[in-house]
Design a protein around this ligand. Structure first.
Ligand code: MBD
Ligand code: FE
Length: 309
């Protein structure tokens, strides 16, 4: 079949009727978005001469994505979660917000309700043979003043790239902690250097990445939500210098300001001071929060999360 078989007018009119544009009921917002989405989809089908088999193959892939509950993985894989960040960045810029630590995607693997301590936490349960990682930092406002009592909610993968509650191999809340900053705004987490995450072999997301000629891997990263009364909640992550997948993250999460160089601590003196008995890695990740304002969209995102079993 040739491309461009259908006139724009016919597609536009059909999309409008399918979206209920000719009735006064339903949800106005859903209707306006559905109308545009259908019109653009019809255009793509017509422009690319999508066959019926191709169309239903695509529906099949989306069905598999839904059955596996992996839309949370597919969305960052096709850059849409990062795209939402770019839009929020721009909205903040227009609202006059330009300081603060860079945001990046939440990803699909957050679990609420991690153990909460003040100042310090040990995140691993001692069973991971990986390299010890000490993360420390200070949470400040844009004025440079420390923010005591900020909640630093941290989660990351183990040395195999697996997350607790997801991989079925770890204790509940392993490598997931909430740390309230101390009187000087500081937090310290003892953990294990994470490995990168790879999409499951049988996932629809990996299947799509293969079709696109892309890999399905993330560089190693540590996730954060940081919140404090009167400040905009921040969703971010940091990565590690030199990671194989640093600049090709399948989920588009890497941002230049969020790359941390691990310090390898080998001096016996320093090891002892840290309360350890073998060489370890140290990362500093300081955070700057911006003041809450009604001029920009909320940074608190309502979405389904993995439920702690
Ligand atoms: C992850 O750990 C992650 O952070 C994202 C965005 C996607 C898949 C796995
Ligand atoms: Fe992750």
């Amino acid at each position: 079949m040739p491309a461009d078989l259908i006139s724009k007018t016919v597609m536009k009119e059909l999309a409008a009727r399918a979206a209920g544009a000719d009735n006064a009921k339903g949800n106005k917002r859903v209707k306006e978005v559905t109308e545009r989405l259908l019109y653009r989809l019809m255009q793509v089908i017509d422009e690319c001469d999508v066959s019926m088999d191709e169309f239903w193959a695509a529906v099949g892939l989306l069905t598999k994505t839904a059955k596996n509950n992996e839309f949370g993985l597919m969305i960052p894989g096709v850059a849409l979660e990062h795209f939402l960040d770019l839009r929020l960045d721009e909205a903040e810029r227009l609202a006059g917000i330009n300081g603060g630590t860079t945001r990046t995607i939440e990803g699909p693997l957050y679990v609420a309700g991690a153990p909460l301590t003040t100042g310090e936490a040990r995140m691993d349960d001692g069973t991971d043979p990986g390299e010890v990682l000490i993360i420390s930092g200070t949470v400040r406002g844009e004025d440079g003043n420390a923010i005591p009592g900020a909640i630093v909610d941290v989660w990351h993968a183990n040395s195999k790239g697996g997350y607790s509650f997801i991989d079925g191999e770890q204790a509940p809340y392993n490598l997931r902690r909430r740390i309230a900053t101390d009187s000087k705004g500081r937090y310290l987490a003892r953990s294990i250097v994470p490995n990168g995450y790879g999409c499951p072999p049988e996932s629809a997301t990996r299947e799509l990445m293969n079709l696109l000629g892309r890999h399905a891997e993330r560089p190693a990263h540590v996730h954060y939500f940081i919140s404090a009364p009167g400040y905009r909640q921040l969703t971010t992550q940091f990565n590690f210098t030199g990671d194989k997948y640093l600049y090709t993250d399948f989920a588009f999460g890497t941002r230049e300001e969020l790359i941390v160089t691990l310090e390898r601590i080998k001096s016996p003196d320093e090891i002892r001071k840290a309360g350890l008995n073998k060489p370890f890695a140290r990362a500093t990740f300081d955070i700057v929060l911006t003041k809450e304002t009604a001029q920009a969209p909320s940074t608190i995102v309502n979405r389904e999360h993995v439920i702690a079993a």
